[in-house]
Design a protein around this ligand. Structure first.
Ligand code: PMP
Length: 280
């Protein structure tokens, strides 16, 4: 992206241009990945599920013992200022908070001020929701995947592997057990029952995942938050992935094998329709 002509950055409580914003080389986010983040969708100029994302940000921060330097109310007011300055029709806001700046040393410094940064992105093109393909890859991440940590190397390597295979997503598994995608949650449908991994330390408890589970209940679809194997996934009738940016995206082929009919399934389509009806 061009260096931020018109791009405004929220740094702690202050709005500034990208050129005015500076990150210290000893920010622990930069040196250790010592921080957490969120991505919130903006539809028609309005944040989607903002409270859920801010609750999750606060939880992720608390799990790594960072106390946010402001209340959620203040943060919301700041984010609203940000989108008033740079209106976004369809896009997202990225935000992160790091432990702060201190001479490089592993243990927490005695005293640091957390550094918060947020900025928006307007989509030039809507993210693709067309039927996608995926590959399996071993989940090599740490065992606190419930924390939305800045440490994304396992996810980055997974997505890169998928890219190199010319497919859309890497589906992680620990041994035989499917956990989630490199940047998505994974669902399967078998005999009209919807399965997804329980929200524990093996996965991120996706906000889109939660919306889908509640939509599924409303639609009378039986839901099981239960782990399933790679073979269960290959034998399923439908597979889809979910995330803030990809919403509900059908996956019609995994490791070169078609799933079900090889086309997007009915339950996937009904959940996507229900999801989009929320946006109106
Ligand atoms: N799992 C991982 C590893 C992710 O990075 C994401 C995207 N943030 C998700 C799941 C989906 O979460 P959400 O629906 O909150 O975007």
């Amino acid at each position: 992206m061009a260096r931020g002509v018109g791009m405004m950055i929220l740094v702690n409580n202050d709005l500034m241009t990208r050129d005015q914003a500076t990150i210290d080389i000893e920010d622990r986010g930069y040196q250790f990945g010592d921080g957490v983040y969120e991505v919130v969708r903006i539809y028609n100029g309005v944040f989607f599920e903002l409270d859920a994302h801010l609750d999750r940000l606060e939880r992720s921060a608390a799990e790594i013992k960072i106390v946010l330097p402001f209340t959620q109310e203040k943060l919301k007011a700041n984010l609203n200022k940000l989108i008033q300055q740079v209106p976004v029709q369809s896009g997202h806001v990225y935000m992160q908070v790091t432990r702060g700046v201190a001479p490089r040393n592993h243990p927490f410094p005695a005293k640091t001020e957390p550094v918060f940064v947020a900025y928006t992105k307007e989509y030039e093109k809507e993210p693709s929701r067309s039927p996608g393909r995926a590959v399996f890859t071993e989940d090599i991440r740490w065992l606190r995947c419930d924390i939305k940590s800045l440490n994304l190397l396992g996810n980055v390597l997974g997505k890169q592997f998928a890219n190199e295979q010319n497919v859309d997503e890497a589906i992680f598994h620990r041994g035989e057990w499917v956990t989630e995608g490199s940047s998505t949650n994974v669902f399967i449908v078998k005999n009209n029952v919807l399965y997804t991994h329980p929200a524990n330390h093996f996965i991120l408890d996706g906000i889109t995942r939660r919306v889908i589970l509640s939509d599924a209940n409303e639609l009378g679809i039986q839901v099981e938050e239960e782990a399933f194997t790679k073979q269960d996934l290959l034998d399923s009738d439908e597979v889809f992935i979910s995330s803030t940016t990809q919403e509900v995206r059908p996956i019609v082929e995994v490791n070169g094998q078609p799933i079900g009919t090889g086309k997007e399934g009915e339950i996937t389509l009904s959940l996507h329709a229900k999801f989009t009806s929320r946006l109106r």
